[in-house]
Design a protein around this ligand. Structure first.
Ligand code: 7RM
Length: 669
């Protein structure tokens, strides 16, 4: 069934009931573009009749086993959000089985392996059989509804199958990005109390192998939670093996049936946990549930990207991030799309990789992070020009602000000024895209550097420090959301109070995003960045406190403070100020900075290693002992001439010491 027909079928009843039909031409309802043509009608409708809006969409778009009794039941004060209560469904059935019935031989996955030209295709029918086999393996290992399964895998069909097999049997997946260290993996396994872990012998990225199984073994030395490890064969190289605990995934899958009844799930049962960084050292297990998440991922995928049947959708994010969950897996598959799984890196074998892939796979939609765009700008336009990009219809971006220069390059050089550039703002916690230039009112010109327009049903507001909502335009403020939406996170695993504290207590009755934003004269949004201690490095979200606690483990370190500084390519770079204990004098500075870098690499992962480590005798602190991070940020950004008011510092002379050391250190990096 075409998405055009499906869309009219799901929205028409709502329109009829609300007599909007009078100013709504039926022939328009048959076209997806009606959302653009009547954007303000749709948008107002979605906010003013939100129960009807989301209720009709859920009823029509999802396959239910039992219809829901009520659309929504939310309490912002207590952080309780329930959508489609009473309803029962299975997410895996919705994203796989439905399409096997209508189009079994359609390609669901194209695995773009590290080595270009070796892609593998998986049809919906094959996907179902793989998922069912894996689901049966998990069941045979005692995994039951509600149990947590950790996934530490390269981007691959079996990684997607692992997620979907969990969904099929009602287990809760926790995908951990395969670039995380053993310790980071262990703490996430412990927090979730995952009983089974799925991994690969090794990963392959940019021509290098990554010892995934060995890292898993190290992680499991320190936890008793996991009793079974399923290992996918990626390279086939010999890896450490524990016969009591480890199972070869492909062997086990061959021994079980290729059909597996999908478990009946309640709308509000957990679908997955995804750990993300906050402003304290401990990562948060963000919990998403079944129906609301799926509906939101599905609808945003179709409307923001203007997805049409037959499109080849390439979101090159890793499945270890929310972008991979929503726009590699759940969104595209719910719409019966062909989704590309990108295992490699943008510069392998050379910086033309993305565009060579686009031409080879005839990709229509390409969705990446600004850091990758900036990296490729530096590499030169010839890498883009070399390849035929005529299949491309839309270019997307997510993860951090897409600066105007990068926007222009993406638009002109990659898209030949022919493909809309869609800068999407959203978060792990929001489940799906919240602000984007599409669907857009008719005739609206894109604004470089602006995600622009809230999605249907999304009610963003800007507030000032006092928590007052700013109603006028041409202002900056803290970005909050006033109305609940189905895709939002439901809790932090095991710590609902932290959920409340982080998102709902600073401004009562609002969801606080942690980002600052500007609303321009036309009412369009631009994101200015985090207002808390979370930084965005190479598209990875990282808490400064996480890096600090790793650095502080070094025996010679007394104290550290980590800030970000503007970085041409990474968006933000990591800058660590470190105070050594007296014992630190026994080693050379290079020895110490190298070993600090090593600790960060082992505790978190290579991507978190600071670009700059500045050894300093003191940190600028207020009399109450709070580090004045503003000063550290200014120095790191080479803006120390304009430090603002430092009169509340206990010892203002520290600033000069740091400035001097910064200039000395800056010459060395
Ligand atoms: C999807 C994702 C969320 C944080 C968010 C922002 C930043 C994301 C944009 C952006 C400017 C954008 N989830 N962010 N998208 N900033 N423009 N289009 O990235 O949980 O990992 O990160 O990322 O600060 O709060 S995330």
């Amino acid at each position: 069934m075409s998405s055009v027909v499906r869309f009219s079928r799901l929205l028409a009843p709502a329109m009829v009931r609300h007599r909007l039909m009078s100013n709504f031409r039926p022939e328009k309802a048959l076209s997806l573009s009606s959302v653009s043509d009547d954007h303000s009608v749709w948008y107002d409708y979605s906010l003013n009749n939100s129960e009807q809006f989301w209720g009709d969409l859920a009823a029509e778009r999802l396959r239910w086993r039992r219809p829901f009794d009520r659309v929504t039941d939310c309490d912002m004060e207590r952080g309780i959000f329930r959508w489609f209560d009473g309803g029962q469904l299975n997410v895996c059935e919705n994203v796989v089985d439905r399409h096997v019935t209508t189009d079994p031989d359609k390609v669901a996955l194209i695995w773009e392996k590290d080595e270009p030209g070796e892609e593998e295709r998986v049809t919906y029918k094959e996907l179902k059989s793989m998922v069912c086999r894996l689901a049966n393996v998990l069941k045979s290992q005692g995994v039951k509804k509600g149990d947590r399964v950790a996934i530490y895998m390269p981007v691959s069909p079996l990684a997607v199958c692992s997620m979907l097999a969990c969904a099929r049997i009602g287990a809760v997946h926790s995908v951990v990005f395969a670039g995380f260290s053993a310790e980071a993996l262990r703490s996430r396994i412990d927090d979730a109390q995952a009983s089974v872990l799925i991994t690969a012998d090794e990963g392959v990225r940019g021509g290098k192998t990554i010892p995934l199984k060995a890292t898993v073994d190290k992680a499991l030395e320190g936890t008793a939670a996991v009793n079974r490890v399923l290992v996918m064969t990626r390279t086939g190289n010999v890896v450490p093996w524990n016969t009591e605990r480890d199972i070869r995934m492909e062997d086990a899958m061959a021994l079980v049936s290729e059909s597996c009844e999908a478990e009946t799930m309640d709308s509000e049962d957990n679908l997955f946990l995804l750990y993300t960084s906050g402003s304290t050292g401990r990562p948060k297990g963000i919990a998403h549930t079944q129906a609301g998440y799926l509906l939101y991922a599905s609808l945003t995928h179709e409307l923001v990207f203007d997805y049409k049947p037959g499109d080849i959708f390439a979101c090159v994010a890793d499945i270890g991030w929310i972008t991979g969950h929503s726009y590699v897996v759940y969104g595209p598959l719910s719409n019966g799309a062909t989704t590309v799984l990108f295992e490699s890196i943008p510069t392998y074998p050379d910086p033309g990789r993305y565009w060579e892939m686009v031409s080879r796979l005839k990709i229509t939609h390409f969705y990446t992070a600004p850091t990758a765009v900036r990296l490729l700008i530096k590499a030169g336009d010839e890498h883009v020009h070399k390849y035929d990009r005529s299949s491309l219809r839309l270019l997307g971006c997510v993860g951090e602000p897409l600066n105007v220069e990068a926007w222009q390059w993406y638009n002109l050089v990659v898209g030949d000024a022919r493909c809309p550039v869609v800068d999407t703002w959203w978060q792990t916690e929001t489940g799906g895209i919240m602000i984007a230039p599409k669907p857009a009112p008719n005739g609206v010109k894109p604004k470089p550097g602006y995600p622009m327009i809230p999605f249907l049903g999304i009610d963003p507001v800007l507030v000032n420090e006092k928590g007052e909502i700013i109603t006028e335009n041409d202002v900056s403020g803290l970005l909050c959301v006033r109305k609940p939406w189905p895709g939002m996170a439901r809790t932090i695993h095991g710590d609902h109070n932290r959920f409340l504290d982080t998102y709902f207590s600073r401004f009562p009755s609002l969801y606080f995003t942690g980002d600052g934003a500007r609303r321009d004269r036309d009412g369009y949004y631009q994101i200015t960045g985090r207002v808390d201690d979370v930084i965005n490095v190479k598209g990875h979200r990282l808490g400064t406190a996480e890096v600090e606690s790793a650095i502080d483990e070094h025996p010679d370190v007394a104290e550290s403070a980590v800030v970000s500084f503007p970085h041409d390519i990474y968006g933000e770079g990591i800058y660590a100020y470190v105070i050594l204990k007296d014992t630190g004098d026994l080693h050379s500075q290079t020895e110490i900075t190298d070993s600090i870098k090593n600790i960060v690499k082992h505790r978190i992962g290579s991507f978190a290693v600071p670009e700059v480590i500045l050894l300093t005798p003191a940190l600028p602190k207020t009399r109450s002992g709070k580090i004045m991070r503003r000063v550290l940020r200014k120095v790191a950004a080479n803006e120390a001439d304009d430090l603002g008011d430092v009169s509340t510092l206990a010892d203002p002379s520290v600033v000069d010491v740091i400035k001097k050391r910064h200039i000395e250190t800056a010459n060395n990096y």
